[in-house]
Design a protein around this ligand. Structure first.
Ligand SMILES: [Zn+2]
Length: 458
């Protein structure tokens, strides 16, 4: 478990940080003069009037700001500081979010879940910003680390039931947790989750968290894909890089981080967090291409590829959320390699059949430096996943792979407003990524979506 403290403060001269990260513009304002040297990259500045200060050049986008502050944070880490101040004066709201996520990523370290790893204390300094909003961002930053811990955890240590337990550990009291186990999934007829999980000796389950911060008002459902390891099943993936598939539960980790952050802040919003958890392995009991599964809502699905498993667990997760009466549902998943091909790991892919929810999700992701891009959802694309063998098939092949996967998932939302974020390529930077690779992507957007949802349902 990684831990570090985050705080906010209006004045730099009242704290004594070991290292300061500061935008170039903020430096000029604070010191009344331009820095003697500016480069295109973050730069350690030697200034007799300041502690070690890393100047961060301005960036054209919030995402770039995130990357700049990540580099700056890594430079800071080289000085082994006990405390870091991050000045956010001169940054826009989304750049501020990006700056914090970048620093959070840079200082994050993973050892193993049993041992505690501590990082430097971070103080966010803003002389003219809204300190309450900043405080909320720091709570989000903490929960991104939690999501990183879960994603980085090796698959042998996170069987579905283990992960369900970790996801509840030390969470705020106001979340009611319930793990729907394999037997209960059978009673519910959750053929998607059960089918995907049946090749593993470690049984699938579905963790549900319920936070009611606004009694009597509508709930928003968050559904996250939680494949604790994705080998591809009988449709086995190539061996190279397969270890990264421990991160195929990045959507579930984001959902978990989000509801926990919201509960910790005690926000007036109602959230149902649904994380179907299963391990996708080949084996004597595994499901096969050609099988037909009956999902929780009685939709029948022909399995074309056992590696298109995420949409099967999400379908049942969404059905469950909808039957609980949520007024809107947002799902998030490391779903398709096609998403990386289409959007290059720069933006996540967004599908939604509801114009107002779509707008809300777009605005939320933009403001949290996790921008999405809308993909089409014409009915015509559904033709690609039609089959004479069943109501739907779970893969339409390579053409428009992100769209057909999204539309498959959206089928289960029925008439409930639904939005879908494909975060493949965003949740994990690879083995050589900073702090073991997991990014915590999605936590911030989901928290912000919930905040906007509660504002709308006032
Ligand atoms: Zn897969």
């Amino acid at each position: 478990m990684f831990r570090n403290t985050w705080s906010v403060h209006p004045r730099l001269d009242e704290i004594k940080p070991d290292v300061i990260l500061m935008p170039v513009l903020a430096y000029s304002k604070l010191m009344g003069r331009k820095p003697s040297h500016v480069s295109a990259k973050p730069l350690l500045l030697i200034d007799k009037d300041l502690p070690a200060t890393i100047l961060v050049p301005s960036s054209p986008t919030a995402r770039k700001t995130l990357k700049m502050f990540k580099v700056a944070g890594q430079l800071a880490q080289d000085l082994s500081p006990q405390s870091i101040a991050v000045i956010v004066d001169s940054l826009s709201a989304s750049e501020t979010a990006g700056a914090l996520w970048g620093v959070g990523q840079a200082i994050y370290r993973y050892r193993d879940l049993g041992s505690e790893t501590t990082g430097p204390a971070v103080t966010v300094v803003s002389s003219d910003g809204d300190l309450t909003k900043l405080k909320n961002l720091t709570v989000v930053a903490q929960h991104q680390s939690l999501a990183r811990d879960l994603v980085n955890l090796p698959s042998n240590l996170k069987a579905p039931q283990d992960l369900a337990d970790y996801m509840q550990q030390d969470s705020a009291d106001r979340i009611q947790w319930h793990t729907i186990d394999q037997r209960e999934l059978q009673e519910l007829g959750a053929g998607g989750i059960l089918g995907v999980g049946q090749g593993s000796h470690r049984a699938p389950c579905m963790l549900v968290g319920r936070y009611e911060g606004q009694p009597g008002k509508p709930f928003i459902g968050l559904v996250g894909k939680g494949i604790t390891f994705d080998s591809g099943g009988i449709s086995l993936k190539p061996g190279e890089g397969m270890g990264r598939m421990k991160g195929d539960m990045g959507g579930a980790a984001a959902v978990n981080g989000a509801i926990r952050a919201i509960a910790e802040m005690g926000w007036p919003v109602n959230v149902l967090a649904v994380t179907p958890l299963a391990e996708n392995l080949p084996g004597g009991g595994a499901y096969r291409p050609g099988d037909v599964l009956t999902m929780m809502d009685k939709t029948t699905v022909e399995v074309i590829s056992t590696d298109a498993e995420g949409r099967l667990v999400l379908g049942d997760g969404i059905t469950w959320a909808v039957t609980q009466g949520v007024s809107a549902v947002v799902d998030i998943a490391t779903l398709t390699g096609a998403n990386v091909v289409a959007l290059g790991g720069i933006r996540s892919g967004l599908l939604s059949t509801d114009a107002s929810l779509k707008r809300m999700v777009m605005d939320a992701t933009d403001s949290m430096a996790e921008p999405a891009w809308e993909l089409p959802h014409d009915e015509d694309y559904l033709e690609l996943i039609k089959t004479p063998m069943a109501d739907l098939k779970n893969s339409g092949g390579r053409p428009a792979g992100t769209v057909t996967a999204g539309l498959f998932v959206g089928h289960f939302a029925k008439t409930t407003p639904w939005a879908h974020l494909d975060i493949a390529g965003m949740a994990f930077e690879g083995e050589n990524g900073v702090g073991a690779g997991a990014t915590g992507f999605g936590v911030a957007s989901l928290v912000e979506i919930c905040r906007r949802f509660s504002e709308r349902s006032q």
